[in-house]
Design a protein around this ligand. Structure first.
Ligand code: APR
Length: 241
C-alpha cells in the first residue's frame, strides 16, 4: 500500500456538484425554488400546516434520487482518499451521491433524503427508500418525518463542520451559491493562509470566502473543474498521474 500525503482536505459541496447527475439545484433559473415555495414545503410551519404537501415534495425527490448516479466530480473527490490521509466532505446536499461514489467520511449538514426520523424522538433515525406516508410511525408510535434540516431549524452538525474546517490544510468548495446561512459561513473557520479552491460556473464569493488569501476560483461545471483541481493537487504533491 502506498504512503498517503499527510494533509487534511476539507471539501464543502452544494447542489451544483450533483447537477450533472440530473438533480436540480435550488436557486438557478430552473431550480427547485422556482417551482416550489420554501414556506410551503421546507419549514416546520409547512409541516404543521400541510404535512401531506411536505411529504409529497420529499417523496418525489427521493424517487428521483434513486434513479440517478454519481458523476465524475463525485468520483474525483472520492479518489482523493487514495492519496491523502484525511479527506472530509461536508455537504449541504441531502443526496447520497458522494457515498455512492466511494467517499467514506461525509457530513450532511442539511440531513439525508434516504433517512427518516421520529417527530418525537429525533435520535430515532431510520434508512428509508420508499415513499413516506402520514401514519408511518417510529418504534415508539410517533409520526416519522424526513431527516432533513428545514429552514428555521437549527443545523446540529455545524459545530462539527466548523471544527473540521479549522483543521483543514486545503479547502475546496464546489457548486454552492453560498447564500444559505449558517452553512455558507463555513469558510470563516478556515485558516486564512490555506490554499482554497471554489469550483462553480457562477461563483458568488461571500465575505467569509474573501478572507482566504489563497483563493483560486475555477469558474467551470463540477465535472470539469473538480478533476482539474484534483490533478493540480496531485502534481503539487508529486503524486504520479
Ligand atoms: N457544476 C458546479 N456548480 C454548478 C453547476 C455545475 N454543473 N450547475 C450549477 N452550479 C452552481 C450554481 O452556479 C450555484 O452557485 O451550483 C450552485 C447552486 O446553488 P443553490 O441552488 O443555491 O444550491 P446550494 O448552494 O447547495 O443551496 C444551499 O439551500 O435550499 C437550501 O437546503 C438547501 O442545501 C441547500 C441550501
Amino acid at each position: 500500500m502506498s504512503i498517503k500525503i499527510a494533509q487534511r482536505i476539507v471539501i464543502f459541496t452544494g447542489a451544483g456538484v450533483s447537477a450533472e447527475s440530473g438533480l436540480s439545484t435550488f436557486r438557478d433559473p430552473e431550480g427547485i425554488w422556482a417551482k416550489y415555495r420554501i414556506e410551503e414545503v421546507a419549514t416546520p410551519v409547512a409541516w404543521k400546516r400541510d404535512p401531506q404537501k411536505v411529504l409529497d415534495f420529499y417523496n418525489a425527490r427521493r424517487r428521483q434520487l434513486l434513479q440517478v448516479a454519481p458523476n465524475m466530480a463525485h468520483y474525483a473527490l472520492a479518489g482523493l482518499e487514495e492519496h491523502f490521509e484525511d479527506v472530509r466532505i461536508i455537504t449541504q446536499n441531502v443526496d447520497d451521491l458522494h457515498e455512492r461514489a466511494g467517499s467514506t467520511r461525509v457530513l450532511h449538514l442539511h440531513g439525508e433524503l434516504r433517512k427518516v426520523r421520529s417527530t418525537r424522538y429525533p435520535e430515532l433515525v431510520y434508512p428509508w427508500d420508499d415513499d413516506l406516508h402520514l401514519g408511518d410511525l417510529c418504534e415508539r408510535g410517533y409520526q416519522l418525518r424526513p431527516h432533513i434540516v428545514w429552514f428555521d431549524e437549527e443545523v446540529p452538525l455545524l459545530p462539527d463542520a466548523a471544527d473540521l474546517t479549522r483543521q483543514a490544510d486545503i479547502f475546496i468548495v464546489v457548486g454552492t451559491s453560498l447564500a444559505v446561512y449558517p452553512a455558507a459561513s463555513l469558510a470563516y473557520y478556515a485558516f486564512e493562509e490555506i490554499s482554497c479552491y471554489y469550483i462553480d460556473p457562477n461563483p458568488q464569493v461571500n465575505w467569509e470566502m474573501r478572507r482566504l488569501k489563497n483563493l483560486k476560483i475555477v469558474a467551470k461545471p463540477a465535472t470539469e473543474g473538480v478533476p482539474m483541481v484534483v490533478e493540480e493537487l496531485k502534481k503539487r504533491f508529486n503524486i504520479p498521474a
